[in-house]
Design a protein around this ligand. Structure first.
Ligand code: DGJ
Length: 745
């Protein structure tokens, strides 16, 4: 791995075994992008890749040199004011009203390792040893404006990963007003790509949508104060012919949980400008002399091994160098959550009977969801005070947790610390702690209001309240929920000129509270949640190693949701539960086996009344629990391959392979049953071509395990695994098949 600077040609080449990223200091002092893609040999210069052309109507940077126009030069961090007339990476207004900025190369440093992001609270990927990565910081400046920009690039040694962010500094008089500060800009030389995005809504998060790039701006964004159900802070550009297994793709993922914009802007000469960062709408940050602003980190992944290659890189990086804490590398406890079992209608006896059954079936963690605190018998009240409801839990949280521990279960607790309901003591005593503009009625969402986390006093108060619940209580897991989009982004604690910073400061406040809690309670496993998966993003993964994927617990819907989520996020991060049938969201009946065979590819649990299952169902659950315990290292930390897309047809399949390729688990799902259908062969992936595997179709509730076959890895990957049904009529719709592969030698 190397980050080279070729002094004579003023060229930077970031390269490892997988990727090359090349840019140079141009004669004008700007940074020109030359190449990003599969690794190529290093050479002292790549000047032949620099191109510009005379285009009518464009402005030229040097008098008398009409072909040297920044509008037509691929750049690393363009601004307005020096001839580039596209959407810029940086837009700032000087005290004199000028928006003109012309950033020139000043200096650079190259150092081993990867420092945390300046400023403290923004999450980012990290290294555990300096040899794992190298970091290049290029400083640009505009002397007249008093603006500096540090462009920070980290190249990982063993992964096709480059992270980027920018730090903007100000040394002038008065205040510089930042209106747009993107995390990175990348100008690619053509537009022959499909854009892949993760799009959805509540209960159908992160569906994969693919569209050909067209001229103009296309992209995804959130203005909801959270990353949102609607669009994930991710986009990819893949070549038209790229599949799950083959071909080139560039992934762009933002380590951020608030408002974001991610876009590809294609100019008439087919140059594709990709930018990603905090959404400029409503954003405004004032920098005074000596102050600096750090953008969130973007993670750029290049793959020439198809979409699976891109995803596997994200999985590895996010699981091992973004997630952190004691739980990062540990298999996750199998949980039962009482939400869909009881909703708000519970008392301790009911919970303990559910817990008792869970324990009997081998489940390890009992999660008490919403409704354990005063004023909370439905979703119209109670949020904010965090006072235990002794009517429901006579011995409090501590007593209830101790009872669970005595039963041999871990104890998990739900909180929603960013919200407040009207009528609570917090609401009455601190009306100014609610995001709203004085004199204007704030908008409700799920009957609740948003606390002003941009105000450190609010975060400190909530932290102290939560500590008074958690200190001394035997809590092993916390589900941190967040159930509404943010409106009324006005802080009573901030000056008028600072209101444009409120939403960014809000999310920094969320990160701070996570940090305070995880530092104080390092043994607690955190699961983030936002009305299902409205904040399933890399920023949250840095705080909590798992996230509730979706409120849709139907197995068929989950195929698409989990398949889409896996484009970026590792299996170990996806909360996935077996819920009741008929399903509470879609009313669909699916077998317990189908439900479990989908949920085991996640942080596995149950969310139904186990006491109502009957002896047969309970026996099946006990078997499922035992199976997950036996295979969860492979399920949660194996290399995940998508094989068949549920977005493409009636079938879906995926598999996970042990790091040493000695074992694998394959799942195939048939959504609607077919009569007299064609033969089926599933081509597997990621196996050792030279090893012999014993392949066993696992049994389920209704069917016994099949007779194992043996086959070489190459056979299974090229000829495929026969999955034709012998007796479709006995299986009905929503069928799952699970195969265990073990090396036969
Ligand atoms: C939304 C979450 O996604 C659910 O799992 C549940 O915790 C409810 N909130 C509780 O209000």
């Amino acid at each position: 791995m190397a980050i080279e600077f070729h002094r004579e040609s003023q060229t930077f080449h970031l390269h490892n075994a997988f990727v090359s990223y090349i840019f140079k200091v141009l004669p004008s002092g700007h940074l020109g992008q030359l190449y990003y893609g599969r690794a190529i040999h290093d050479r002292p210069d790549f000047d032949h890749l620099f191109e510009t052309a005379y285009r009518s109507m464009s402005v030229c940077y040097f008098d008398g040199e009409p072909a040297y126009s920044l509008e037509h030069i691929k750049q690393e961090y363009p601004t307005c004011g020096a001839g580039d007339i596209h959407l810029p990476a940086l837009d700032a207004q000087a005290p004199n009203g000028s928006r003109l900025l012309d950033l020139h190369y000043q200096s650079h440093t190259i150092a081993p390792g990867k420092p945390p992001l300046e400023g403290g609270e923004l999450p980012s990927t990290y290294v555990e040893a300096p040899e794992e990565a190298a970091t290049l910081t290029v400083t640009l400046a505009d002397g007249l404006a008093g603006v500096t920009v540090d462009l920070v690039y980290t190249l990982y040694e063993a992964l096709p990963v480059i992270t980027r962010h920018a730090v903007i500094g100000y040394t002038g008089e008065g205040a510089l007003r930042l209106d747009r500060a993107m995390s990175f800009c990348l100008d690619l030389p053509d537009m022959d790509y499909d854009m892949v995005e993760l799009t959805g809504a509540w209960a159908r998060e992160r569906h994969i949508v693919t569209r050909p790039l067209a001229h103009g701006v296309q992209g995804v964004y959130s203005l909801r104060g959270c990353s949102s159900h609607h669009f994930n802070p991710f986009l990819a550009l893949k070549r038209r012919e790229t599949t799950e297994f083959l071909g080139e793709v560039y992934g762009f993922s933002l380590v951020y949980s608030g408002n974001f914009a991610a876009q590809a802007d294609v100019d008439p000469y087919h140059v594709t400008r990709v930018t990603m960062g905090i959404h400029p709408q409503g954003f405004c940050w004032h920098l005074h002399r000596g102050e600096r602003f750090t953008t969130p980190e973007a993670v750029l992944v290049y793959s020439d091994r198809g979409l699976n290659g891109m995803s596997q890189t994200y999985h590895q990086l996010y699981r091992t160098r973004l997630a952190r804490g004691e739980w990062r590398d540990k298999v996750r406890p199998i949980l039962v959550n009482n939400w869909e079992a009881t909703y708000f209608d519970f008392n301790e006896a009911k919970l303990l009977s559910l817990a008792g059954e869970a324990k009997r079936l081998g489940i390890e963690l009992f999660v008490l969801d919403d409704g354990w605190f005063t004023g909370r018998n439905d979703d119209r009240g109670g949020l904010g005070d965090w006072q235990i409801n002794y009517g429901k839990l006579p011995d409090g949280i501590r007593g209830f947790g101790e009872k669970l521990h005595e039963m041999g279960l871990l104890f998990g607790l739900w909180i929603e610390p960013e919200m407040v309901n009207a009528g609570t003591a917090l609401w009455n005593e601190h009306p100014d702690w609610v995001l709203h503009e004085p004199g204007r009625r704030p908008q409700q969402g799920r009957f609740q209001y948003v606390l002003d986390y941009s105000n450190p006093a609010v975060v400190d108060w909530i932290f102290a309240r939560l500590c008074s619940v958690l200190d001394g209580a035997p809590v092993d897991y916390i589900k941190w929920d967040m159930n509404r989009s943010i409106s009324d982004a006005y802080s009573c604690a901030a000056a008028g000129s600072e209101q444009g910073a409120v939403l960014h400061r809000y999310i920094l406040g969320v990160y701070r509270l996570y940090r305070l809690l995880t530092e104080r309670y390092p043994h607690i496993l955190f699961e983030s949640c936002a009305s299902g998966g409205a904040r399933f993003d890399p920023g949250m993964l840095a705080c909590a190693p798992q996230c509730w994927t979706s409120d849709d617990t139907d197995a068929v819907e989950r195929l698409r949701i989990q398949y889409g989520t896996s484009l970026v996020y590792p299996v170990s991060s996806m909360g996935a539960h077996v819920a009741a049938a008929p399903n509470h969201q879609v009313g669909r009946m699916t077998s317990l086996t189908m439900r479990a065979n989908v949920a085991i590819f996640g942080a596995f649990g149950y969310e139904l009344d186990l006491t109502a299952l009957g002896a047969h169902g309970q026996e099946l659950v006990a078997r499922q629990v035992a199976f997950v315990k036996q295979h969860r290292q492979l399920l949660q930390f194996g290399t995940f391959w998508r094989l068949q897309s549920p977005f493409a047809g009636n079938e879906a399949a995926w598999m996970t392979v042990a790091p040493d390729r000695s074992a694998a688990l394959v799942a195939q799902y048939l959504i609607l049953q077919e009569v007299n259908a064609g033969y089926r062969r599933l081509r597997l992936a990621g196996l050792d071509p030279d090893r012999l595997y014993r392949v066993t179709r696992l049994g389920s509730g209704a069917r016994a395990a099949g007779q194992p076959i043996t086959a070489c890895g190459d056979e299974l990957m090229r000829a495929g695994l026969v999955t034709t049904d012998e007796d479709p009529a006995s299986e009905g719709d929503f069928v799952s098949r699970l195969y265990l592969l073990e090396t036969a030698e």
